[in-house]
Design a protein around this ligand. Structure first.
Ligand SMILES: Cc1cc2nc3c(=O)[nH]c(=O)nc-3n(C[C@H](O)[C@H](O)[C@H](O)COP(=O)(O)O)c2cc1C
Length: 427
């Protein structure tokens, strides 16, 4: 099948047109040092991707507060100290007619204990599930702190625009702070930010409105939102005895409200740290089981919304992309991991009519208990290693082993990454 639909431009509600339907979804690059500043490595990585042909490149999540990181190696933008390097990053990411949008985030309680012993969240209470050991117990945000974070999102968006990024994406998915506010499991507040769905969504809407106020009406704002907090292939464990937090009905309501408020695109995802979007370290085997992620949800909302959708997760070949666009369940093709392996995937599909499939490898240390303890982290670290290679001008190397990914994770987090496990083992 000729790649006709992926090649079509798309005009967003704000009036901006993107050149094709490839939407490089956010992947934290883990390239910043302790100063949380962008580097030449970011510049090189995004220049490479821009030359690869995607219509939109979304950056890895950029934090609004350097004391509250989602991961070591995050960029944080809270003032203009790094404006010169941000300009170079934006310039590289917008080469070749690409858009480069900064993803803006606050981790809330999902801030690793190795770098943050004092996380903040809508309500106190630890992250559950096997990854809970990686996070300290958060304290409940005060009203002033909530308003400070809303101002921070707006300020980071203002600086992104000033630096030359051509849009922003607000990260409201994957269990981070905005998602925590949305989730009835995480948010047990009794003030105007908790309780009813309208109240739980208030933080997202306040952030959105504050960002819109500073960037103006003609600047793209996307929101990455969970279809639900439980990615579809996971069966809610009966032992949990609890619903999966933010659910599909609630998500649809939030999308409709965002549409009314003037959002330009909704990037659909799902999952939290407890029930992650990347469920195993099986790579292609997991993909074959799941197909394109969140397809049923995208079908469900088709016709209910006019705002463009970027469905993200599981796109590995042109046929699935053309089908999804042809069926009208998405207007953009969200792709993350394959673009760390095939850097010019959009060009290959659009220009060369490539009909192959990007098979993700199984990432394993070869030691079962290690794989079990670090499964999702191994996958993330493995792809971060690929981005580090690309940023140094090297080709990706699919043969990198799981043990190297684990060592990289330990280097990033320090040996303390093992501490919570040991402590738990002693109890
Ligand atoms: C290394 C890595 C880092 C990621 N960082 C982010 C991030 O910063 N923000 C985000 O919204 N999603 C992040 N994701 C999730 C991806 O955007 C995407 O939702 C997920 O990988 C599924 O898409 P895929 O199947 O095309 O990889 C990350 C994924 C990987 C592998």
């Amino acid at each position: 099948m000729a790649a006709t639909l992926t090649a079509e431009p798309l005009t967003l509600p704000c009036g901006v047109t993107v050149k094709n339907r490839f939407y490089k979804s956010a992947m934290n690059e883990a390239l910043a040092g302790r100063d949380c500043a962008p580097t030449e490595a970011h510049v090189h990585l995004y220049r490479t991707w821009a030359q690869g042909g995607a219509g939109v490149l979304v950056t890895g999540n950029v934090m609004v507060d350097r004391t509250q990181l989602g991961e070591p190696g995050n960029v944080a933008v809270e003032d203009e100290r790094d404006l010169a390097m941000l300009r170079r990053w934006a310039e590289a990411g917008t080469e070749n007619g690409a858009h480069c949008w900064m993803q803006i985030n606050h981790p809330g309680r999902q801030s690793p204990i190795t770098i943050n012993r004092h996380p903040l969240a809508p309500s106190a209470g630890k992250v559950d599930g096997e990854y809970g050991k990686f996070f300290a117990e958060p304290t409940e945000l005060t009203h002033e702190q909530i308003h400070d974070i809303i101002r921070r999102f707006a300020n980071t968006a203002r600086i992104a625009k000033k630096a030359g990024f051509t849009g922003v994406e607000i990260h409201a998915a994957h269990g981070y702070l905005i998602n925590q506010f949305l989730s009835p499991l995480d948010n047990r507040r009794t003030d105007e930010y908790g309780g009813s769905l309208e109240n739980r969504a208030r933080f997202l809407f306040d952030v959105f409105d504050a960002v819109r106020a500073v960037v103006g009406p003609n600047f793209p704002i996307a929101v990455k939102l969970n279809s639900s907090d439980v990615p579809i292939a996971i069966k809610v464990n009966e032992r949990d005895g609890a619903p999966g937090g933010f659910n599909e009905e609630e998500s649809i309501w939030v999308m409709k409200q965002l549409e009314k408020r003037g959002v330009d695109l909704i990037d659909i995802s799902g999952g939290t740290y407890s029930k992650p979007v990347i469920q195993t370290n099986d790579g292609a085997a997991e993909d074959r089981r799941r197909g394109v992620y969140f397809t049923d949800f995208a079908r469900r909302i088709k016709g209910e919304l006019n705002v463009p959708i970027a469905l993200t997760g599981g796109f590995r070949n042109a046929t699935d992309m053309e089908h999804a666009l042809g069926e009208g369940i998405t207007q953009m093709i969200g792709i993350a991991r394959p673009l760390a392996l095939v850097l010019d995937l959009p060009n290959r599909i659009i220009r060369d009519g490539w009909q192959g499939s990007v098979d993700l490898p199984r990432v394993s240390t070869g030691i079962k208990p290690l794989d079990k303890a670090f499964g999702g982290i191994l996958v993330i670290s493995w792809f971060e290693l690929q981005m580090h290679r690309i940023a140094r001008g090297k080709r990706p190397n699919p043969r990198i082993g799981g043990m190297r990914a684990l060592l990289f994770a330990l280097k990033q987090h320090g040996p303390a990454a093992l501490t919570p496990r040991r402590r738990k083992g002693r109890q």
